[in-house]
Design a protein around this ligand. Structure first.
Ligand SMILES: [Zn+2]
Ligand SMILES: [Zn+2]
Length: 329
């Protein structure tokens, strides 16, 4: 491993986690059971995007979710409510984090990866402003596509056109499928994201997301319309795999809200003198800086298997630039 003090990569960041970027040890060989236990307890037993999305999903489902019977035909009442169930948490969490981290500067530069502030007065962005650009592509494009997909799924569930389940009929499957959803999301994301990096698709579509080299909470799902059609298509797994509506609600929050945290630009959120919650994801932050690496998530190590893993070292940056050159020549 390269000595951090001599690693030119160190100078490129304001803060970066020590050591190589972690990958889920579930896939390591020989098996590392204690590391696996630590990985999953780290994800499920503290404030992370997973636990936040689970709390949000349960709250939304119990208090605000329309009764399934009302969704048998397309009617404005429940459809509007589903749209609100997408919009309100997105605005509160992305808006809240943006306000705290970038306007109020509540934790200063503490564990902020990039030195720079978000971009203003730059013609690369819609409205010449990174934040307004990101808000438009999130609330306009992403929320619309995500909502329409959900309307179709709930309508199909309500009419019994697709297999559904209840907690009483299959409690074990309910829990297993819930735990597997983040992995499905990671698997689906890797492949659609790789497709989005095809030079032609990249230029016309995915470049909208990659305007954000330095990222903030609103960058998470700031995507072109066509990209959103692909990115949210993973929801249609619920037309095949028997699901409860709560699985869909959790899945949608996981896919919509967790990128807000992972793109926040800060590794941890600080409350008082302690790191209260996990936020940014250096694995994906590297993708925004160097583009042709870390297409997936750290949950399933596709990038390691296919040779596009950037572990945060200068050697990986050199390898990534060579790969990028080869892609575009
Ligand atoms: Zn990308
Ligand atoms: Zn991104």
């Amino acid at each position: 491993m390269t000595d951090a003090s001599q690693d030119p990569e160190t100078a490129r960041w304001h803060y970066r986690p020590k050591g190589p970027v972690g990958l889920n040890p579930l896939f390591s060989w020989p098996p590392r059971p204690s590391a696996v236990l630590k990985w999953y307890s780290g994800a499920w037993l503290q404030i992370t995007s997973l636990t936040l999305c689970m709390v949000l999903a349960v709250t939304a489902y119990i208090f605000f979710f329309p009764a399934l019977e009302t969704m048998q035909s397309f009617a404005p009442g429940w459809m509007f409510r589903i749209w609100l169930l997408n919009m309100v948490p997105q605005i509160l969490i992305a808006g809240g984090l943006h306000w705290w981290l970038y306007m109020r500067k509540g934790q200063g530069m503490y564990k902020k990866f990039d030195r720079r502030d978000l971009t203003r007065n730059n013609g690369n962005f819609t409205f010449r402003n990174q934040v307004w650009d990101n808000i438009w592509w999130t609330l306009g494009s992403a929320m619309t596509v995500a909502t329409v997909y959900q309307w179709i799924i709930y309508w199909a569930m309500a009419n019994g056109y697709v297999p559904t389940m209840t907690w009483a009929s299959a409690p074990v499957w309910c829990v297993v499928w819930m735990a597997f959803i983040p992995m499905w999301s990671g698997l689906h994301f890797y492949w659609v994201h790789r497709l989005a990096h095809h030079p032609k698709l990249y230029k016309h579509v995915h470049a909208v997301h990659h305007r954000n080299v330095n990222i903030g909470p609103w960058s998470g799902i700031s995507n072109h319309w066509y990209e959103n059609l692909l990115y949210f298509s993973g929801y249609f797994v619920h037309l095949i795999v028997p699901s409860h509506p709560l699985h869909v609600v959790f899945h949608t929050y996981f896919q919509q809200i967790s990128p807000v945290l992972s793109h926040s630009g800060f590794e941890k959120l600080r409350a008082g003198n302690t790191d209260a919650a996990r936020a940014g994801d250096f694995f994906h932050q590297l993708h925004h800086r160097y583009f042709e690496c870390n297409y997936g998530t750290s949950e399933i190590p596709f990038d390691k298997w296919f040779g596009t893993y950037h572990d945060g070292t200068a050697e990986a940056t050199t390898r990534t630039s060579a790969f990028k050159k080869q892609m575009y020549t």
